[in-house]
Design a protein around this ligand. Structure first.
Ligand code: PMP
Length: 293
């Protein structure tokens, strides 16, 4: 099947899709993005993702390229054209293109907009979740505005590569205070022996994950105890359970941190239950019948 990508107002085959060589996303990382889960032809938590996209644009002073309704149509059409039932939809907006200039003066085009969608195997993800993942910690070397979802992902990419060399599937960034901030592309959680669900506060040092926010709704619905505070690697290793959250991983159990098992070294029961219940509280925006070709 030919894959199709939305670029600046038109749907193109990948081989025909072009971005300006002097796009500021390419030259300066001057771009923001979102990733939403697509599940049974529904976009998960679309409104929250679009609200965060709007905030990221505002924080960087990039003009909104289109209305919320227009975004919704682009998202649905991109998913439909790629026939994605389960997978992800990715949106990216850069400030635009123009002769290379640190200042914004040179921008000659409207913001560059890309939307793509690709399938992801649910069975594959569930197989990973059944085993759980390993974490490797490392010092946080990112900038001070990790609350903005920019494409400046090199530190995260390098961290995840380094984690991979140790056999881990995710990196946890640790601040100078010794507290875990978040993962390379996920939020970090532990469950204490007192059954408190602990995750760092959403400051400028971390991304306020949409999965994190929706999980908090689930925690409240189920009468569980949420504590927003930092924790050390030692505390996490001694915790009852640990897990990460992201739109692509949902609630993903962590079974090992820096080579030490968490709990009994298997996915914890609460993490598994939260993973199973997540979509009971998430917003599920189903594609219109005409859009489910
Ligand atoms: N933190 C970082 C650094 C991320 O890249 C991501 C995933 N984009 C998350 C947290 C999780 O965010 P979300 O739940 O919105 O996918």
């Amino acid at each position: 099947m030919t894959k199709v990508v939305y670029v600046n107002g038109t749907y193109r085959r990948y081989s025909d899709a072009l971005i300006h060589a002097e796009d500021r996303g390419f030259q300066f990382g001057d771009a923001i993005y979102e990733v939403c889960e697509v599940r049974d032809r529904a976009v998960v938590d679309e409104d929250r993702h679009m609200a965060r996209l709007g905030r990221s644009l505002d924080e960087l002073g990039i003009p909104a390229p289109m209305s919320t309704g227009a975004w919704q149509r682009v998202i649905q059409e991109t998913i439909r054209r790629n026939r994605v039932k389960n997978g992800i939809v990715y949106l990216q907006v850069s400030r635009g293109a123009g002769p290379r200039n640190f200042l914004f003066d040179g921008v000659e085009t409207p913001p560059t907009v890309v939307c793509l969608s690709r399938p992801q195997s649910r069975a594959g993800q569930e197989a990973i979740a059944e085993k759980g993942i390993s974490i490797q910690s490392m010092p946080d070397n990112r900038w001070g505005r990790c609350d903005i979802k920019t494409v400046m992902l090199l530190p995260a990419s390098l961290a995840k590569e380094q984690a991979k060399t140790t056999g881990a599937q995710e990196a946890w960034f640790v601040g100078e205070d010794g507290k875990v901030r978040e993962g390379g592309s996920s939020n970090a959680w532990i469950i204490s022996k007192d059954n408190e669900l602990i995750t760092p506060k959403a400051t400028n040092e971390i991304l306020r994950g949409i999965t994190r926010t929706t999980l908090i709704d689930l925690i409240e619905r189920d009468g569980l105890t949420l504590v927003e505070r930092g924790f050390t690697i030692e505390e996490a290793q001694a915790a009852r359970e640990a897990f990460i959250t992201s739109a692509t991983n949902l609630v993903m159990p962590v079974v090992e941190i820096d080579g030490r098992p968490v709990g009994n070294g298997h996915p914890g029961s609460t993490s598994v239950r939260l993973r199973e219940s997540f979509h009971e509280v998430a917003q599920m925006r189903h594609l219109p019948a005409t859009a489910t070709a």
